[in-house]
Ligand binder design. Sequence first.
Ligand code: ASP
Length: 323
Amino acid sequence: MRTAVLVALLGLLLSCGGARADNYPSHPITIIVPFAAGGPTDAMARILAERMQNKLGQTILIENVTGAAGSLGVGRVVRAPPDGYTVGIGHLGTHVANGAIYRLGYDLVTDLEPVVLLPSNPMIIVSKNAVPAKTLKELIAWLKARPAPATAGTAGAGSGSHIAGLYFENITGVPLQFVPYRGTAPAMNDLVAGQIDVMIDQTSNSIAQVRAGTIRAYAVTDEKRVASASDIPTTDEAGLSGFHMTLWSGLWVPSGTPKDVVTRLNGAAVDTLNDPAVRMKLENLGLQMTPADRLSPEALGAWQQAEIAKWWPMIRAAHVQVE
Ligand code: ASP
């Protein structure tokens, strides 16, 4: 028993040693992706990690910790040692909406340190090919005429796809039957297979299937068209005026992480985002790059808090139920 305690103490001392920033990073870093592999958050993490690891001189591993709209994966980051070796990626859903929906057991602001605001993704309204509608107006008419609500895939209550779905219900008056998955990658598989009817998805997740003709796109939820998919109309053009939503993402580390470690991670992420090859990959997925003056950790912190102030009252008023 005493030996076990000594071993535990030694482990603690060693892990504290790892928190020293002067030799950081001295071993591999893990990015926790709180959604399924192959989905939009996972894709962004892998594109960034590939380049960030060159900048940091250490391998970056990706671990998908899924469930409860990403809140389990974020919890893993909160509880990790604050040494810069566990980094979390998340978005408007995981780092804002979930705080109004779940009893998280952690505080999204005080238990995490912001690292960098990542590119934003407009949403896209898509359906399985068997839906007869060809335009957004026809889709809304088809949804309204159904005897029972159509099924809409989401990555769980509070995820980006779910918030977008609630917003769609609100603006159209059309009820949807939400079907939660561990990410929009598995939801997409079911949409392509015709198991669910529609999805209001991150453009980056749907774009390849839309291009391949395996699902149908109706509109992107932004004021302007997505440059890499310029044939898809905006919601304003397609007749659903004012339905705008872009899903921003970010990187966080546990609170208490040394400031210079956060600075190193931020620097590596910013260099990566400025890399032309990375930009091209992200833009090709329909992502919009973060403006240069919003790339500091402080900018992400301020933005997250502003988004909490904006969204929590709306989400609470919607009485979102956890499935
Ligand atoms: N970002 C999620 C994912 O990677 C999807 C969502 O938030 O709807 O699957």
